[in-house]
Design a protein. Structure first.
Length: 310
C-alpha cells in the first residue's frame, strides 16, 4: 500500500510535494486548516483526499491516520521571527501537537515519518561553512529550538519503538505558490515589491548570506526518501550555494529588467549572518542533483507572480 498523508499539505511546499507524489502513483491525503489557500491545490484537488482540521486539536487528528502508510509533517504555526514573540505558543502549537501525532504514529506502526526541519535555524550561528549535518545545534530563535526538539523526539521514538523517519533540514525554498505576503521567502517578496513598484526593506546592510533552492528541486528528495533505506536519518537540503541579499537583489533586477526602491533598516538579532548547507551527504545517499540555477528559478517565479498579481 502507498497511502501518504501530508500535514500542512495545502501550503507552498506541501502542494508541490503532493503533485510529485501523485505523479509517482502514491495515494495522497492532505490535512490542513479549514481556510487554507485552496488555489494551491486547484489543479489536482480531484485526485486527492482533503481533511480540513486543526493540527492542534486532537479530535481533528483522531482518524486522519486511518489507512495511512507514510506521514509527512509540514505544519508550522510560526516563522522564525514570530516564534520569538510568543515562544509558549510556538511550543504549544508545534511541539506538543507533534508529540501527540508521533505517539499515534508509533501505536499504528506507520512505515515512515518525514519531517521538514530548518537548515537555516537549527544550527544557530555556524562555525563552519558549508554547514555539515554533524555541526552543533544551538538555535537563536524559538522556531529553531522547536524544530531541533522535534528532531530529537523522532530519534527517541526510533530508538525506543523502531519508528522509521527522515529529517530534512531545508534551506530557503522559493518558487511558484510561495505567498509573497509572508515574511518568509525573500525572493517572492522582492519580486512582488518590484512588480507593484513598492519599496523593498532590507534588514541590516544586505550582507546576510543564504542558501536558496528552487521548490521543484527541493521536493525530489522528500519523495525519494519514502522508500529509501539508509543508516542516515538527517539530511541537509539546499543548493549548497550562498548568496547575499544584495547579490540576490541584483539578480532580481537583472531578471526582471526593473529597478527597485530599497530601504536598509537595522538588522535583526535573530538572523544568523550566513547559512549555506553542505549537501554532500544527500548527493551521495540519494543521488540528489538540483537542476535549476538561481537566475532561472527567479525567472520562473517572476513569470508566475506576474500572472497572479497583475
Ligand atoms: N518555506 C521555507 O522557507 C521553509 C524553510 C525551512 C523549513 N520550512 C518548513 O516547511 C514546512 C512547510 O512550509 P511552507 O513554506 O510550505 O509553509 P506554508 O505556510 O505555505 O504551509 C504550511 C501549511 O500548514 C498549515 N497549517 C498551519 N497551522 C496549521 C494547523 N494548526 N492545522 C492545520 N494546518 C496548519 C497552513 O495552513 C499551511 O497550508 C513548515 O514546517 C516550515 O517550517 C519552510
Amino acid at each position: 500500500m502507498n497511502n501518504c498523508i501530508i500535514y500542512g499539505g495545502g501550503g507552498f511546499i506541501g502542494s508541490h510535494l503532493c503533485e510529485e507524489l501523485l505523479k509517482r502513483n502514491y495515494n495522497v491525503t492532505i490535512f490542513d486548516k479549514i481556510n487554507f489557500a485552496k488555489d494551491n491545490i486547484k489543479n489536482f484537488k480531484d485526485k486527492i483526499k482533503v481533511i480540513e482540521g486543526d493540527f492542534n486539536n486532537e479530535y481533528d487528528l483522531l482518524s486522519s491516520l486511518d489507512g495511512i502508510d507514510y506521514v509527512y509533517h509540514l505544519v508550522s504555526s510560526t516563522l522564525p521571527a514570530s516564534s520569538n514573540d510568543n515562544p509558549v505558543y510556538d511550543v504549544e502549537s508545534n511541539l506538543i501537537s507533534t508529540l501527540r501525532l508521533l505517539q499515534d504514529v508509533v501505536k499504528r506502526k506507520i512505515k515512515k515519518v518525514i519531517f521538514v526541519s530548518s537548515g537555516g535555524t537549527v544550527y544557530g550561528i555556524p562555525k563552519a561553512i558549508p554547514i555539515p549535518e554533524d555541526h552543533s545545534r544551538q538555535p537563536i530563535c524559538s522556531y529553531g529550538i522547536t524544530k531541533k526538539t522535534i528532531e530529537d523526539y523522532l530519534y527517541m521514538f526510533s530508538y525506543l519503538y523502531n519508528l522509521d523517519y527522515t529529517v530534512f533540514r531545508l534551506a530557503n525554498p522559493y518558487g511558484e505558490r510561495q505567498n509573497p505576503l509572508y515574511a518568509q521567502g525573500v525572493i517572492p517578496v522582492f519580486l512582488k515589491k518590484i512588480l507593484l513598484k513598492e519599496e523593498i526593506v532590507i534588514w541590516g546592510d544586505g550582507s546576510v548570506r543564504r542558501d536558496y533552492i528552487y521548490i521543484k528541486d527541493a521536493i525530489m528528495p522528500l519523495v525519494n526518501s519514502l522508500e529509501h533505506k539508509s543508516e542516515y536519518k538527517v539530511f541537509n537540503l539546499g543548493s549548497g550555494e550562498g548568496y547575499s541579499v544584495n547579490e540576490l537583489l541584483e539578480m532580481i533586477k537583472k531578471v526582471t529588467n526593473m529597478d527597485a526602491k530599497v530601504k536598509y533598516v537595522a538588522g535583526r538579532k535573530l538572523d544568523v549572518p550566513v547559512s549555506v548547507l553542505d549537501i554532500s551527504l544527500l548527493k551521495k545517499e540519494m543521488n540528489y542533483a538540483p537542476k535549476i540555477e538561481i537566475e532561472k528559478g527567479i525567472e520562473i517565479t517572476y513569470n508566475y507572480l506576474k500572472e497572479v498579481l497583475l
